[in-house]
Design a protein around this ligand. Structure first.
Ligand SMILES: O=C(O)CCC(=O)N[C@@H](CCC(=O)O)C(=O)O
Ligand code: ZN
Length: 345
């Protein structure tokens, strides 16, 4: 009986990974009055006896080999189930792709984080487990926010790790807001997680964070915590502030933020997105070159068949270079520093 087992060991991750293809719904209460509902494998909902004003989704493992965030979320869920962490906000925790976590790979057949906002059903349709999972995750997030009701604050933090090392070890991606202002309080929350580098996207995307932001009005971010490493090889001390801050957020115990100063942040916007067009796409720098590295004007960055991509702007820096993506998908972003004065609330 999962309820009994979970109340004793708190190990929802183990239960998820033992049942990667699905878990029957279950519902139970904790001694402190928190209601717990299992909606599916990797999908667990907590409703405190008295809820604050914020509905929070925490997700991890959308890419199966990005383990540090999975460890952070598994420990947070464990401490909630064991009554060691007090909850004061409605919370949905998602382990995105259990089969890929078991496999220790980014994906099984298709990149889950390119399938949201209905992309799961485009083209060939719901032909693989990742497409069906993307649709299911959208439905769970919709159910969660709709049950909370309108007029409440909504947040989603989708926790990832980058494939490469980064000049800024931790950074966030803020999905395109369609002209809405950025929120100082969200930047301050990220800073409390020791995330002071933020990439501000300029176009819609098929990512989970864009879906939550655009379809549900959530304050949503993809948060990159270090570099991909197998379970057991993460130095979790490097993410201690992020972990503490997320715990404080769900407990309604965030200490007041210090005053917002743009100078405390490294803000970037996308100057151009380079999509892979042929099987011959090739990066012209080494695998250990870090995210946010920039090169002199004119330097050759990548070739794609006859196409050449060279540095076009002073200060242009690389993020997420990956020659192994599927054809048609983004193989690299080129970013430039951004001034947001006057566009913040
Ligand atoms: O390091 C990489 O190349 C990828 C790390 C990662 O999974 N990043 C996310 C970012 C999502 C976003 O743009 O909001 C992804 O590529 O899905
Ligand atoms: Zn990822």
């Amino acid at each position: 009986m999962p309820a009994q087992q979970l109340k004793q060991n708190g190990d929802f991750l183990a239960l998820t990974l033992a049942n990667p293809d699905g878990l029957s719904p279950a519902h139970f209460s904790l001694d402190n009055g928190t209601q717990v509902e299992i909606w599916d494998t990797g999908v667990i909902y907590f409703e405190p006896a008295r809820s604050g004003q914020l509905d929070i989704v925490l997700s991890c493992g959308v890419h199966g080999n990005e383990t540090a965030p999975i460890e952070i979320c598994a420990a947070l869920v464990r401490d909630l189930l064991l009554g060691k962490l007090q909850l004061s906000e409605r919370l949905l925790v998602l382990f995105g792709n259990p089969a890929a976590i078991n496999n220790g790979t980014r994906e099984i057949e298709e990149n889950l984080n390119r399938l949201f906002s209905g992309h799961h059903s485009k083209g060939a349709g719901l032909i693989n487990a990742e497409r069906r999972r993307a649709q299911a995750l959208e439905n769970y997030v919709s159910r969660f926010y709709q049950h909370g009701g309108e007029g409440r604050e909504r947040a989603l933090y989708d926790l990832h790790t980058a494939i490469r090392g980064s000049r800024f070890e931790k950074f966030a991606v803020c999905p395109f807001l369609h002209g809405k202002p950025w929120k100082k309080a969200q930047f301050q929350l990220l800073a409390a997680c020791e995330v002071t580098t933020v990439l501000l996207m300029q176009t819609p995307a098929s990512t989970f964070s864009y879906y939550a932001s655009n379809s549900h009005g959530a304050d949503a971010f993809t948060v990159e915590l270090g570099k991909v490493r197998p379970f057991g090889e993460n130095d979790m001390r490097r993410f201690a502030k992020a972990e503490q801050t997320l715990r404080a957020l769900v407990s309604g115990a965030l200490p007041p933020f210090s005053e917002f100063r743009q100078a405390d942040f490294q803000l970037y916007e996308v100057y151009r997105s380079i999509n892979k067009q042929t099987q011959d796409f090739k990066l012209h720098f080494a695998d250990d070159v870090e995210n946010f590295t920039s090169y002199p004007l004119g330097s050759l960055l990548a070739t794609d068949g006859d196409l050449e991509y060279r540095v076009e702007r002073e200060g242009e820096a690389i993020i997420f270079p990956n020659a192994k993506v599927a054809i048609g998908q983004r193989a690299m972003l080129m970013v430039v520093p951004k001034d947001v004065s006057g566009q913040l609330i």
